[in-house]
Design a protein around this ligand. Structure first.
Ligand code: FAD
Ligand code: SF4
Length: 486
């Protein structure tokens, strides 16, 4: 029965699920920060939705979830129907409910913003976790096998989104990944306090139940060639992500105790997860990173995106005495989610805005002593409308540090084995997909310059979000199905 009452949004404030107390987080708890709603809390929070008639939340959600409709189903305790509706637009709803920057997406455009937006992400997580725990699985009974087979390169959000749609269209999807588990950056990047790794293991089981096949620990271009895939499969989807490290060219960046962000997070994630820390090397970096002990150290993280926030919050959990995030623009211009910044602050991270790093300094023997920074002010906007950070002469100072983590971001790069197939990329390394070819022929959505090769996610968009990669993978899967099933 519905718990909704008129003006429920006034009577009941917005409330997130309970969080792990800050004392536990700062003493090394790696559990997910947010707990799960109980049934009553989920119904009350869902009942705050006004059903305003113009669901800005759905428009702003990159997969266009039917949010008001599944909020209504939660109020009526029709959780399995709500889960089916969630999956109709989003192949990874329980993941997006956890890691989307909702403050910039669905919740940021909720009509109730002034009164506290509906906790859309937390309810999405509640629906899908509850249904899956109860044994609900996507209904595939109506799907008829077509005999078509598609290879998916990369088991990240884009590859998973594509494989889900292919399976729902009766196409056998075989997903290849160089790593031993699915998830891409969900597994090997995002820390467990944002996304518990059991969520990914469960999703793998769901996908396998839908008929998706995974061939893990297989690197395309090395263990199997793309020629072999093109010969064996009807089409190939490329969801290989963006792993080219943005090189700030900082003097001193090669010193010991200066760590690139992703290997730091991946290696730490493996240790936290109890996996062999000397497992398979991280592609793009030749050797495994051995992590220095952060306990009692002063750590400076350079960069203000999601990766930077994950680094500062990991450093706190690793016992660092002082953790500082230095970012060259102001807080309003930080690329990371405001919620993550607030969580980091609460855990004791200090933020220094308008500071641009100039060099990493050592004591003359190779021991890091700090980062030389200069203050900045925001100047004229660049071509993308983003204000540039301009250094203020004479404002240089040393930010003391024992360990520096560089989190400047990533971009894609076109692998030679794709270039050899005639697949084109822009100067920024992003694979060209969709649009029109040089003869004026319309390509299918997400089709590359090779007709059998499709691509999506970070490899096409550049480093972005889980939900945008899911959306592209999903739509590419539909596009491939349209091509194969006409
Ligand atoms: P990926 O997730 O990178 O997956 C690509 C997969 O392809 C990988 O598994 C890789 O092993 C595989 N692969 C690559 N080459 C080959 C090959 N030759 N053969 C076989 N396999 C191959 N987004 C959010 O929305 N919220 C967040 O909180 C958030 N936090 C982040 C934190 C960090 C540290 C980072 C780095 C990113 C974060 N992001 C976040 C961004 C998000 O993770 C990515 O945008 C998303 O994972 C991109 O999905 P993808 O499938 O395109 O690529
Ligand atoms: Fe919001 Fe992300 Fe869920 Fe869309 S997928 S409703 S943006 S949490």
């Amino acid at each position: 029965m519905s718990r909704k009452q008129a003006f429920q949004f006034l009577e009941l404030p917005r409330q997130m699920p309970h969080r792990i107390p800050v004392e536990l987080r700062t003493s090394g708890d790696w559990g997910e920060l947010y707990g799960k709603f109980g049934k009553d809390d989920a119904q009350y929070q869902a009942g705050r939705c006004l059903d305003c008639g113009n669901p800005y939340c759905s428009w702003k959600c990159p997969v266009h979830n039917a949010i008001p409709q599944w909020l209504q189903l939660v109020q009526e305790n029709r959780i399995e129907e709500a889960a089916a509706l969630c999956h109709s637009t989003n192949p990874l709803p329980e993941v997006c409910g956890r890691v989307c920057p909702q403050d910039r997406l669905c919740e940021g455009s909720c009509t109730l913003e002034e009164f506290g937006a509906v906790t859309i992400g937390a309810v999405e997580k509640y629906i899908v976790d509850t249904a899956l725990e109860k044994g609900w699985r996507p209904d595939m009974s109506h799907v008829q096998a077509t005999g078509r087979r598609v290879a998916v390169i990369g088991a990240g959000p884009a590859g998973i989104g594509c494989a889900d749609r292919l399976a729902r269209n009766g196409i056998h999807a075989v997903v290849f990944d160089r790593y031993e588990q699915i998830g891409g950056l969900l597994q090997f990047g995002i820390p467990s306090f944002k996304l518990d790794k059991s969520v990914i293991a469960r999703r793998r089981e769901v996908l396998e139940g839908m008929g998706v096949e995974f061939r893990l620990g297989v690197e395309v271009g090395k263990d199997v060639s793309v020629d072999e895939l093109l010969a064996e499969f009807d089409a190939v989807f490329v969801g290989t992500g963006a792993y080219r490290y943005t090189d700030g060219g900082l003097p001193g960046q090669d010193l010991d105790n200066v760590l690139p962000a992703l290997p730091f997070l991946v290696q730490n994630g493996r240790i936290v997860g109890g996996r062999n820390p000397l497992g398979r090397p991280i592609a793009g970096w030749e050797d495994q990173l051995s992590l220095p002990d952060l306990n009692g150290k002063r750590v400076v993280v350079l960069g203000g995106g999601d990766t930077g926030m994950d680094c500062v919050r990991s450093a706190i959990r690793l016992g660092a005495a002082k953790v500082t995030c230095a970012y060259r623009r102001d807080e309003a211009n930080m690329p990371g989610s405001a919620r993550e910044v607030a969580n980091a602050r609460e855990e004791g991270v200090r933020f220094l805005f308008n500071r641009q790093p100039l060099s990493i300094q050592d004591d003359g023997t190779g021991k890091v002593v700090g980062v030389q920074v200069v203050e900045t002010r925001l100047g004229a906007p660049d071509a993308r409308g983003r204000q540039q950070a301009e250094p203020i002469a004479g404002s240089e100072s040393l930010l003391e540090a024992d360990i520096v983590i560089i989190a400047f971001g990533f971009s894609p790069s076109l692998p030679a084995w794709l270039a050899a197939q005639g697949v084109e990329a822009g100067p920024n390394g992003r694979i060209v997909a969709g649009g029109t070819d040089i003869d004026g022929r319309e390509r299918l959505p997400y089709q590359t310059t090779h007709p059998k090769l499709f691509a999506g996610g970070d490899a096409v968009r550049g480093a972005d979000l889980v939900v945008t990669a899911v959306a592209e993978g999903r739509d590419a899967g539909d596009s491939i199905a349209r091509m194969l099933l006409v």
